[in-house]
Write a protein that binds this ligand. Sequence first.
Ligand SMILES: [Ca+2]
Ligand SMILES: [Ca+2]
Length: 242
Amino acid sequence: MTNGFSRLCRIAVATACVAGVAGAQPPAPPRKPQMADTIRANVYADNTFELYVNGELVAVDSIRFIPHNVISIDLLPKYPMTIAVLARDNADPRTGMEYANTNVGDGGFILKFGDGTVTSRVWKAKCFSRGPVGGDTQNPRVENTPLPPDWFAEGFDDGDWKPAREYSEREIDPKQPYYDADFAGAKFIWTDDVKLDNVVVFRHVVPGPPDGRERPDFSNLNDVVPQGPPRGGGRRSGGRAR
Ligand SMILES: [Ca+2]
Ligand SMILES: [Ca+2]
């Protein structure tokens, strides 16, 4: 009786261990994602940007200078969602000025996702190139800081970065494409110096969907066995290659 009981206990422990290992693996997504699972992202930069979400490059501004344009893309969200943006004001890399070194331009960045994610002062901001230093347009020079290689990564430590500063529409003076897109609730952001800071990185982690809507996690799509017959010469378990 005792031996039988201890054997049962060993089986129970072994089963629990197997279940524990299986439970440690991320759950497979419930189904294939549809376009209804995506969220629309609207992004406007004065003058250009690269957008990373969860460590992946998802959008590059297709117009580097003018006209000032809005980039709209579809995203398949996964939370927590790490957003990292490399934003650039149009500036000569040797002087920090523009229009044949006759003008000091200003920056500005704003973003809104369909889940309610918006830019604001809770984002982090850091300058990596500024000029003309001190606003000296007679002897213009720039100060550059190398970008950390993993500035866009999910685990990057931005703990000592300052909060972004919010700017009004009047201060940034966005052009018409901004008004044609949905940026309601979002704030223009930059560092503390919207004129001289020309290359700026913004970072923000969205812990969960701001609109409270539950969304499936589709990040493990490769773990799903397809329902239909394999295509392209793939092989299914127990089946023949086609
Ligand atoms: Ca500038
Ligand atoms: Ca500009």
